[in-house]
Design a protein around this ligand. Structure first.
Ligand code: HEM
Length: 192
């Protein structure tokens, strides 16, 4: 099947997906902080983070389905998960597949969180940063609209929001490490 509608759907879901994914990462970073007011408790941020992660995965499914079902370009199902061997834009499509693989692993380990050692869960969860960065490069490299001003502005806002919140988080952790009582192991000083 080939239809301009599928192509529009693929491009639209790509752009919305980038926003949802970036917001999920930002909320994840905010949920690790300690400053919460009674009006905005931590569980609200955590709940939003989880809900948006679900929305991100649903959008990703629609994004991939529209790319594969549209036969105008040759993209097979397996190319959405195997990061090499594609004929259409192999490098940037492969980066999309890497992002998808990492996101699926992060999603599955989060569902199984209670059955996994916390350190393992956390190490895997941190790979969402990599998935996000790789997906940004994917969008910039493969998108029809990626050179357009609105698309560049959208990507810049998403990248800026994630970098700003990650930097703010790093500053808080560094400050806490400096001010924590001597003798405590670093890991217990920097509670994530
Ligand atoms: C988290 C993972 C992903 C994110 C955040 C993402 C995001 C994006 C973005 C922002 C665009 C640019 C839209 C445009 O400017 O036109 C795009 C394009 C595209 N994506 Fe993804 N993507 C992801 C994964 C994938 C995967 C796994 C596939 C594999 C089928 C894929 C296939 C495509 C294709 C074919 C395009 C080009 C659409 C066009 O012709 O403009 N993406 N994606």
């Amino acid at each position: 099947m080939s239809s301009p509608l599928l192509w529009y759907l693929n491009r639209a879901t790509g752009a919305v997906l980038l926003v949802a994914f970036s917001l999920t990462v930002v909320l994840g970073i905010l949920a690790t902080g300690r400053r919460f007011s009674p009006l905005w408790p931590r569980f609200v941020t955590q709940g939003l983070h989880r809900a948006l992660a679900g929305v991100t995965l649903a959008l990703l499914a629609a994004h991939v389905a529209s790319a594969v079902i549209d036969e105008y370009v040759d993209i097979r199902w397996w190319q959405a998960v195997v990061p090499f061997g594609a004929t259409y834009r192999p490098l940037f499509l492969g980066l999309g597949a890497v992002a998808l693989d990492l996101l699926v692993v992060v999603g599955v380990t989060s569902l199984l969180r209670r059955h996994i050692p916390h350190r393992v869960w956390r190490a895997v969860h941190l790979s969402s940063y990599l998935a996000w960065a790789v997906s940004v490069v994917h969008g910039l490299g493969i998108g029809t609209d990626s050179a357009k001003l609105w698309s560049l502005a959208l990507t810049a806002v998403c990248v800026g929001a994630v970098i700003a919140s990650a930097a703010a988080r790093l500053v808080v952790v560094a400050r806490r490490l400096r001010t924590a009582p001597a003798g405590l192991p670093a890991a217990s000083k920097a509670v994530a």
